[in-house]
Design a protein around this ligand. Structure first.
Ligand code: 5GP
Length: 114
């Protein structure tokens, strides 16, 4: 087993961050450096998969569970519309190698991808 990721440490309560929602296998927190009016992270409780490509190959049901939680969070925290981003690899900006989805919502016309 590799070293626990920052997200595993948050899940264990070793690093403070409110868990704002969870399902059996997935949890959500607010990003510490928000890039949009609503910027949440949806994270599998297991850190077995380093990125979305590994996750899709290894456990597509878990990926579906992440998307479902992202959808309900966007309804609870914004108007239901959202952008889902999986940074995949360091050259794409991935810094935590425990797969996670960024859920961006709110006034996204100000987002650089908009
Ligand atoms: P990545 O760059 O890997 O796609 O995304 C990692 C995200 O985790 C970043 O947006 C970063 O702001 C967020 N992050 C890193 N450390 C912490 C932390 O301790 N608490 C929270 N809530 N978010 C964090």
């Amino acid at each position: 087993m590799s070293e626990p990721s920052i997200f595993t440490r948050i899940l264990r309560g070793e690093i403070p961050s409110e868990i704002i929602a969870q399902t059996d296998n997935v949890f959500a927190i607010r990003d510490i450096a928000p890039k949009a009016p609503v910027h949440l992270l949806v994270i599998p409780k297991t850190q077995e998969y380093r990125d979305v490509v590994e996750l899709a190959a290894g456990d597509p049901a878990l990926l579906t569970e992440m998307i479902g939680l992202a959808n309900s969070l966007a309804a609870d925290h914004a108007d239901g519309d959202f952008r889902l981003i999986f940074n995949t690899g360091p050259n794409a900006g991935q810094t935590v190698f425990h797969v996670h989805a960024h859920v961006l919502a709110g006034s996204l016309e100000e987002n650089s991808l908009g």
